[in-house]
Unconditional design. Structure first.
Length: 227
């Protein structure tokens, strides 16, 4: 009986350690690399905006390709050479400095629920703050610049699988649809498999240059308040 109890406790401790370790998030490096001794590293983004949220069934923004998509809107105030986006679920014990805490996250911060993240970076044809409205966003043209499902650079989820997401996108200045210009962007997220999206998440947008005035919000109303 004692042996069984020891084994059970050991498994519980190991499981707890796995959950904590799964949330250990490293620096977010961009496309530029440099050598430090024998190692080649990605130079960390100098500008970063972090958003803590909670996704729940029934709160999706759109269903497309038979998947429930959620959006986080991002206002980019200047031309950028590249943007990086990464998402982790659950937030767990990760400590994120100066993060935007959504009300949904604050109400569910202790939740251990998580989902297999799948992300897109999309740009709209809205290039002026004055043109942003619910109707304008719904009728805007949206261009998918990049997408990612699983990234080996991201921490493992509590399941032990590397199902968190990361993408980097380099601007194509000569292509109006693919250039990172001033304008309204959004991070789309769902799960790789069809089904419900539920759990806490961290979404981060990084850039290799300072972009004063970046605003990140779950709704257009919240975005406009921050502009």
């Amino acid at each position: 009986m004692k042996t069984k109890n020891v084994i059970a406790i050991a498994l519980l401790v190991i499981g707890s350690m796995g959950f904590v370790n799964a949330q250990k998030l490293g620096k977010f490096g961009g496309l530029t690399e440099k050598k430090i001794g024998p190692k080649t590293i990605k130079v960390p983004y100098t500008d970063m905006v972090s958003y803590l949220g909670y996704a729940a069934p029934g709160n999706e923004d759109e269903t497309k390709e038979d998947k429930k998509f959620y959006y986080i809107y991002v206002w980019i105030p200047a031309v950028a050479p590249e943007l990086g986006v990464r998402m982790m679920s659950p937030v767990g014990k990760a400590k994120i400095k100066k993060a935007i805490n959504s009300k949904a996250y604050e109400s569910n911060a202790s939740s251990k629920e998580y989902f297999d993240t799948y992300i897109t970076l999309e740009r709209s044809d809205i290039i002026s703050k004055d043109k942003i409205s619910e109707d304008a966003v719904n009728s805007a043209n949206w261009f998918v610049l990049a997408r990612n499902d699983d990234s080996s650079e991201m921490p493992k989820q509590p399941s032990g699988s590397k199902y968190n997401s990361l993408l980097r996108y380099k601007s194509e200045a000569g292509n109006p649809q693919k250039a990172l210009t001033v304008g309204l962007y959004r991070i789309g997220f769902t799960t790789y498999k069809r089904g419900e999206v539920k759990g806490t998440f961290l979404a981060q947008v990084g850039a290799p240059i300072k972009l004063p005035g970046v605003v990140m919000a779950k709704t257009i109303a919240e975005l406009k308040k921050g502009l």
